[in-house]
Design a protein around this ligand. Structure first.
Ligand code: MRU
Length: 364
């Protein structure tokens, strides 16, 4: 997508074919900072401290981390150690493991001297694949928006989204936002309710930045507003992303997604989840019991991050010294609350049968 008229992806290789460049998203929406990642340690910090975030982008970044390390030490020991170091950065988004497994399976059979070239090639390929997958998700999700638009007789389609499942969370296009960007390109009127998404405010910081940059009509709302808006007919459709979806269609996503799904269910609002196939964890049966939920630092709750009146960027403390905090970063929405899954191969029921119908080769 474009930033001030210049096309960007969220991660790319510099002209030397070796330096990995990415956007340090911690500074958005106030500053657009591009940083170099030159070691696996850089990559581990960038993922853990959320310079990059969003399941597909975490996977793509880890793939580059493996490639960078192959340029430093292509031995078997270094390959396995890098898998462990990068895998330990964040526990919930399955795209991380998917990308690391993919890279290791490709590299292990090769002679060490051949690994670096192959690793960079595959990391770039993973990025290109993600872009195409997200574009297809957009085209498949567009059909849902078109159907609703047809019934709204020229009034905008109101779409609620949670967290940031936009182009910043992927390599380009986004998952939940891709249908929205495609609808806009087709001249369909949409209006997006953006959940601020406490504690880190990915909605407030990142999704609104995307909406403003791309001229998408939107309103930022507090996390607790969604249910009220649904009761009053102000939401036609919910589309969210996911960090891990089980083979049975349970959906793990940013904390608060489950409450939106409950409210949508109670108000007959369609609740769709947009996901690329690497986000499906075919090994998990019961999402609530089996998916590891990341517990993050309480400081994300005790402090709010933003631009101060004097223009400096920093934190303010919102809870008293001595207060204790609990910060589970994700929750699981059971498949029964999900209207459908929007994938690169089409839209399906949130069920084993639905996913197996679209991805028979994985659903054995
Ligand atoms: O903690 P984050 O910012 O990495 O969480 C991101 C989300 O929950 C997204 O909704 C999810 O990764 C889908 S991104 C296409």
């Amino acid at each position: 997508m474009k930033v001030n008229g210049t096309p960007y992806r969220t991660i790319w290789l510099d002209d030397d074919g070796r330096t990995v460049k990415t956007i340090d998203q911690r500074w958005l929406p106030h500053e657009f900072r591009v940083v170099d990642l030159t070691s696996r340690e850089d990559v581990a910090i960038a993922i853990k401290d959320m310079w990059v975030r969003g399941a597909p982008l975490i996977g793509a970044t880890a793939a580059f981390g493996m490639a960078i390390q192959m340029g430093i030490d292509p031995s078997d020991a270094s390959l396995h150690e890098t898998w462990d170091i990068l895998h330990d950065t964040r526990p919930t988004a399955i795209n991380l493991k998917w990308a690391l497994d993919d890279m290791r399976a490709l590299l292990m059979p090769l002679a060490p001297a051949d690994r670096v070239e192959a690793a960079y090639r595959r990391a770039v390929e993973i990025c290109d694949e993600d872009v195409e997958i997200c574009r297809q998700i957009g085209l498949n999700g567009l059909k849902i928006i078109e159907e609703i638009a047809a019934k709204k007789c020229g009034k905008p389609v109101n779409i609620l989204t949670h967290c940031n499942a936009g182009w910043l969370a992927t390599v380009d296009w986004g998952t939940a936002t891709s249908p929205i960007y495609h609808a806009l390109e087709k001249g369909i009127e949409v209006h997006v309710w953006v959940d601020e998404t406490r504690p880190r405010n990915q909605g407030a910081h990142l999704t609104t930045w995307e909406m403003v940059s791309h001229g998408v009509p939107h309103k930022l709302i507090v996390d607790n507003a969604g249910g009220h808006l649904m009761q009053h007919g102000e939401v036609d459709l919910v589309i969210v992303g996911t960090d891990r979806t089980t083979a049975h269609g349970d959906v793990c996503n940013k904390i608060g997604t489950y409450l939106k799904a409950l409210a949508a269910h109670d108000n007959n609002v369609p609740f769709y989840v947009a996901l690329p196939s690497p986000t499906i964890d075919w090994t998990v049966k019961d999402g609530v019991k089996e998916i590891p939920i990341e517990e993050r630092d309480g400081e994300e709750i005790s402090h709010l991050w933003g631009k101060q009146e004097d223009g400096s960027i920093g934190q303010v403390q919102v809870s008293p010294d001595g207060a204790e905090h609990g910060n589970p970063a994700f929750d699981v929405t059971p498949s029964r609350l999900v209207t459908g899954l929007i994938t690169e191969r089409g839209v399906c029921d949130a069920s084993r049968e639905g996913l197996a119908g679209l991805f028979p080769e994985f659903a054995k």
